[in-house]
Design a binder for this molecule. Structure first.
Ligand SMILES: [Fe+2]
Length: 357
């Protein structure tokens, strides 16, 4: 297994209006890793550390207190969630706990139909105001930076596709679509210290999958010992990608002061296969007595968005094909069957991952 340096771009260069055509092509084209690193982010480290330390504090509260902030109505997709999600063998995943919230606002819609039909996406935020009031501002401050980076990357995608298609791609198309989405979810994650036996599988923390939505923005994880002291990232763990050009597994290291943006399959489809998502997993460390903290932000489309290929699409077979798809991961072509709207794709994906894995 090799370690690879991903394509990296500067936030300051973006602000200065630099052209990133080659970077987008290298990162998200047919042979790209499906991700890009963003560096030079103002105020980043302070907010990152604050958010990641707060989730550890929350996870260390008593079960009774944590239970006050669970939200069964949304299938634990808001507030605290621990042991509610299942792993591929059907066993509840107790290795990690998550705190979920919409990053765009505490209430993103008054539409009761949307709230009732898609509680996982449209419920109101739940905050531990009584027991850990600092979690809310820490979460919001860090996610705010992530959302800004998400919009920035979307702007780059629009420019890239417009250039690539000689103007067939409408200016600002995906940025507008993503801004309409409002289902933008932040997931603050705490990986509990794992017993050594739990760390045997290749993808011990988060199994092989492709992100299915729009874009995902990830912080570099913070590793802590049991006293809460920061320790260097163990060398045997982290984000691993199936390289689309030869199927090799490569490790991607995210520098501590950077964010990484990954593409989801629905974005691949809507871009007519010009932008590509890749299969990835998070490998666990064999080092005992450490915790891992991270914050992922998932930016998604509206459920009623139409899943239609653009006129400049690549051939269909190519659009829905993922080279070297890891065993057990449901293919995109199968989940696109009968899909008209994004909500159909979301639902097919949910079912596929929960039945096949
Ligand atoms: Fe992922």
């Amino acid at each position: 297994m090799s370690e690879i340096k991903p394509v990296s771009i500067s936030y300051l260069d973006f602000k200065a209006g630099k052209d990133f055509t080659e970077d987008v092509s290298a990162a998200f084209g047919a042979n790209g890793l499906g991700l890009i690193v963003i560096r030079d982010l103002p105020d980043f480290q302070k907010e990152r550390i604050a958010a990641l330390r707060t989730i550890r504090k929350f996870a260390n509260l008593s079960e009774e207190i944590k239970d006050k902030y669970t939200h069964s109505e949304s299938n634990y997709s808001f507030g605290w969630s621990h042991g509610k999600e299942k792993m591929r063998n059907g066993v509840p995943d107790t290795a990690k706990g998550s705190y979920y919230a919409n990053t765009l606002g505490d209430t993103t819609t008054d539409d009761q139909y949307l709230k009732d039909t898609f509680p996982e996406m449209y419920s109101d935020n739940v905050w531990p105001s009584e027991d850990l009031p600092e979690l809310e501002p820490a979460f919001k401050n860090m996610s705010h930076i992530q959302v800004g980076v998400g919009y920035m990357i979307c702007e780059l995608f629009d420019k890239y596709l417009r250039g690539l298609t000689n103007g067939l791609h409408s200016a600002g198309h995906f940025l507008d679509m993503l801004k309409k989405g409002t289902a933008c979810k932040g997931r603050l994650l705490h990986y509990f210290p794992a017993p050594p036996a739990a760390n045997k599988s290749e993808d011990g923390l988060c199994g092989w999958h492709l992100d299915h939505g729009g874009i995902t923005i990830l912080t570099c994880p913070l590793y802590l010992d049991l006293e809460g002291n920061e320790i260097p990232a163990p060398s045997d763990c982290g984000l691993h990608i199936k390289h689309p050009s030869d199927g090799s597994i490569v490790k991607v290291t995210i520098p501590a002061d950077c964010l990484v943006v990954q593409l989801g399959e629905s974005f691949q489809y809507l871009s007519g296969g010009h932008l590509r998502a890749t299969a990835h997993c998070v490998k666990s460390s064999k080092t005992p007595d450490i915790t891992r903290e991270t914050l992922a932000c998932f930016m998604d489309w509206l459920p009623e968005e139409t899943m239609k290929l653009p006129e400049y699409t690549r051939p269909y077979a190519e659009v829905v094909h993922t080279p070297f798809l890891p065993e057990g991961v449901p293919d995109l072509e199968g989940r696109m069957k009968g899909v008209k709207h994004y909500r159909d794709f979301y639902s097919n994906t949910f079912k596929a991952y929960h039945s096949e894995n």
